[in-house]
Design a protein around this ligand. Structure first.
Ligand SMILES: [Zn+2]
Length: 118
């Protein structure tokens, strides 16, 4: 799902996309300046290999994410250090956002239940 950032208003726009076994459901709404607020829930499960025993396991995902999307380069004039993703073409691609969230989760350390309990 691709959305033009300029068209997003204060009225939250619902979205729901799915990638493999993960559902990404939330809203986009205009915040201020060039910023659009994205609030969403990630749920489902992810196939991955355990970092300890290397066995594949189903990792359940249940996370809330909240960050801003900037329409163009974001200048942090007030040093708010917000969590901002920049869009340089004025468009947000929700599938792409989801894919990068999944990469983030994958880059963390995870072990399967067997290893956790031993
Ligand atoms: Zn393991």
């Amino acid at each position: 799902m691709r959305t033009t950032l300029r068209k997003i208003t204060k009225t939250p726009l619902d979205f729901e996309v799915k990638l493999n076994k993960i559902i990404f459901k939330g809203t986009l709404e205009y915040h201020s300046g060039k910023l659009i607020l994205l609030k969403a829930e990630l749920s489902g499960s992810l196939d991955r290999a355990c970092d300890i025993c290397a066995e594949d396991f189903d990792m359940s995902i249940d996370e809330e994410v909240e960050f801003f999307i900037s329409d163009g380069i974001y200048e942090d004039d007030n040093n708010l250090e917000l969590d901002v993703i920049e869009s340089l073409n004025g468009v947000v691609d929700i599938e792409e956002v989801l894919a990068s969230e999944i990469e983030l989760i994958k880059s963390d350390y995870h072990s399967c239940d067997n290893c956790k309990n031993s």
